[in-house]
Design a protein. Structure first.
Length: 273
């Protein structure tokens, strides 16, 4: 047998025997090969550290998550700096890191302003007057509205009254400043209160020498009300005509005023001896 054929057969037999020994567990590859050679976990991917500087902390957290990195924020108190802004980082941008590595971030934290830390100029700008919140008094009775304003710390009230056909008498129509406004307790609040529907004046018509039907129509057209109709007899004047009215024609009266009239009628004949 040629040497080549002998080597080929020998190699084949060694492979078969080795496979059988591995399959049956006689040979343990884990003890022979390096630990990470047969690891089922993939090798950690590498990534470049992004630039976190000037980002807000929530934005930095999102970016770190996209790159598979962790962040360790450390707060630093700085004046005239917006809070939660990244000031510096380590490692620097461009550094090649593995997924899961941590990046240390310096995060700005605004300096707490107190009376002790304020300058004289800051204190001079502070207005020391008390502030109150304007309540909603729309539609309230005027006395109730005044009581509510007083309890809210508002004492300067300017009242105006006007006719209003839609808002009941003595109820608040409008006010200023608007509800919810923060105002000084010394501010003047303007209130408009309803006087109710406007009282309209009408002119009393001339009913003399009119028939009863025409007199009724004239009274209704003038937005007045017909009151008592009294029959009287005056032979010197035409019968079935108005010869008197309780309110002189031409006068101004309120709408709905009642007007009585006198109707000239023939005297009824009395039967009997």
């Amino acid at each position: 047998m040629k040497p080549f054929a002998t080597a080929l057969i020998t190699s084949f037999l060694v492979t078969v025997i080795t496979s059988i020994l591995i399959f049956t567990g006689v040979i343990n590859l884990k003890k022979i090969l390096p630990e990470d050679f047969l690891s089922s976990e993939p090798l950690a991917a590498s990534t470049e550290v992004p630039n976190f500087v000037n980002l807000k902390l929530p934005e930095a957290e999102k970016v770190a998550q996209q790159f598979g990195l962790k962040i360790i924020p450390e707060e630093k108190f700085l004046e005239n700096t917006q809070p939660d802004v990244i000031l510096s980082q380590f490692p620097l941008p461009g550094f090649v890191a593995k997924a899961g590595d941590a990046v240390k971030l310096s995060v700005a934290k605004a300096v707490e302003i107190t009376i002790e830390t304020m300058t004289e100029d800051d204190l001079a700008e502070i207005e020391l007057t008390d502030k109150v919140v304007m309540p909603d008094i729309t539609g309230l009775n005027y006395s109730t509205a005044k009581d509510l304003l007083g309890k809210s710390g508002i004492i300067n009230i300017s009242e105006n009254f006007e006719d209003n056909d839609k808002v009941e008498k003595d109820k608040v129509i409008s006010f200023n400043p608007p509800a919810g406004s923060e105002i000084s307790s010394e501010a003047v609040v303007d209130i408009v209160v309803s006087k109710g529907a406007a009282i309209k004046q009408v002119i009393v018509p001339n009913l003399y020498n009119k028939s009863l039907d025409k007199a009724k129509a004239e009274i209704e057209r003038s937005k007045l009300k017909l009151g008592k109709v009294t029959k009287v007899t005056d032979e010197d004047k035409a019968f079935d005509r108005i010869i008197g009215q309780s309110i002189q024609w031409g006068q101004k009266v309120k709408e709905g005023t009642v007007i009585d009239i006198n109707l000239n009628a023939e005297a009824e004949e009395k039967l009997g001896w």
